[in-house]
Design a binder for this molecule. Structure first.
Ligand code: GDP
Ligand code: MN
Length: 383
């Protein structure tokens, strides 16, 4: 679960990471009030769960509280679009923070390195701009340190890391201590990622997290009840939010072939087969074991919420999930939703025969194998 910048900074502050003072506002009137109370030079930042807000026009600096109201009035309700998030997100709140005088910008992050199965610290003297570009064109400009999840990093490792990143010597000790705190925050809050970009070096010779992105492992949210509240609202995609509400494992993938299967592995295979057949999967959706007709119907409804979907592939290997229950669910969904897109169903295993019989009178195209289903749906969706 992604946390907003202000939530991320609250978390980091509890671990002693320096962050600028700031407060959240939900309207222009509230923003004006907050800005007046804070006074001085300010920065106003859209609180949306995406990167690249600066370039998208969601961050603005102010010499005084004057002008804050107008900017926020324009910003709230607006859809911000960035390279990282082409669909964009609507701004509902802003962070008003004291403006810091930045002399240099660094990049620092802790994330899970799946290859090494350990947390990884990444540190670069080239912060502020898109780190993906630095990683692609100058990978040597990012210093890395694998962290033992039981102990956290040792001080000598941190000193060596900071040295490898070629940071100015005057920054070294503050950076080492900041990273140590980040690692503690990362491990104790079951984070998947903490990213500080920019980690700012101020004219007053202080290191401070000018931006912060934290993502918590969804499977650990039961240990962090305070974040869990309103967690579905914090899911950026509206269909994923609806799926989470209904307890359905759905991930939007951006293509146009909707996919329903039972079992995560079978669904992953279906995605691969659709891709191999020249199609682009719209989603991952696992109906789960023993799904009844009403759940299958709910899954079809979810997939149809995505207006890009041009075809639907259903891939069921019956075990506890019964083929005829799936067929009933599909037919129900078809009747109530007036589905107009082509649908191909491959049903195998328990109840397959009865299921296919049920579907035989409908426009749903049967397929004998998963490969055949993928090839057919890609072809039909194109037609
Ligand atoms: P992002 O674009 O979504 O990553 O949002 P950031 O919080 O990183 O803000 C974008 C840029 O605004 C940063 O790279 C900074 O250069 C600038 N910025 C943000 N806060 C401040 C601040 O307090 N003072 C100054 N001078 N610049 C800031
Ligand atoms: Mn940033």
């Amino acid at each position: 679960m992604k946390l907003h910048e202000y939530q991320s900074k609250d978390l980091l502050e509890r671990y002693g990471v320096p962050v600028p003072k700031g407060r959240v506002a939900y309207s222009d009137a509230e923003a004006v009030q907050v800005a007046k109370e804070m006074g001085g030079k300010l920065v106003v930042k859209a609180q949306v769960l995406m990167g690249g807000r600066g370039k998208a026009g969601g961050v603005r600096l102010f010499d005084s509280p004057e002008g804050v109201g107008e900017f926020v009035k324009d910003l709230i309700g607006k859809r911000l679009v960035s390279v990282q998030n082409p669909e964009g997100l609507v701004v509902e709140k802003v962070l008003i923070a004291e403006q810091i005088e930045i002399e240099r910008e660094f990049y620092v992050a802790v994330l899970l390195d799946r290859d090494n199965r350990q947390p990884l610290v990444m540190l670069s003297a080239e912060g502020g701009m898109e780190i993906e570009q630095v990683a692609a064109s100058k990978p040597q400009a990012i210093a890395r340190l694998l962290v033992d999840p039981a102990w956290g990093p040792d001080d000598f490792q941190l000193r060596a890391l900071v040295k490898r990143a070629n940071l100015p010597p005057e920054v070294s000790s503050q950076m080492a201590s900041l990273i140590k705190r980040l690692c503690k925050a990362y491990l104790e809050s079951d984070a998947e990622m903490i990213e500080i970009n920019p980690c700012a070096w101020t004219s007053g010779k202080k290191l401070i997290a000018a931006d912060a992105k934290v993502s918590i492992d969804d499977n650990a949210l039961f240990r962090h009840k305070s974040y869990q509240e309103g967690s579905t609202a914090a899911v950026a995609d509206p269909i994923e939010a609806e799926a989470a509400k209904q307890g359905i494992a759905y991930v939007r993938l951006g293509g146009d072939i909707g996919i329903i299967g039972n079992g995560a592995g079978l669904v992953m295979c279906s995605l691969d087969e659709v891709t191999a057949a020249g199609g682009k999967p719209a989603n991952f959706l696992d109906v789960g074991g023993g799904a009844q007709a009403d759940r299958v119907k709910a899954c079809v409804e979810l997939i149809l919420m995505d207006s890009n979907v041009r075809g639907l592939m259903i891939n069921i290997f019956g075990g506890i999930t019964r083929g005829e229950e799936v067929a009933k669910g599909i037919l129900d969904a078809f009747q109530s939703l007036k589905v107009k897109i082509p649908v191909v169903a491959r049903i195998e295993g328990t109840g397959a025969k009865q299921g296919l019989e049920l579907l035989s009178g409908s426009s749903i195209v049967p397929a004998g194998t998963m490969q055949e289903a993928a090839a057919k749906i890609v072809q039909l969706a194109k037609a």
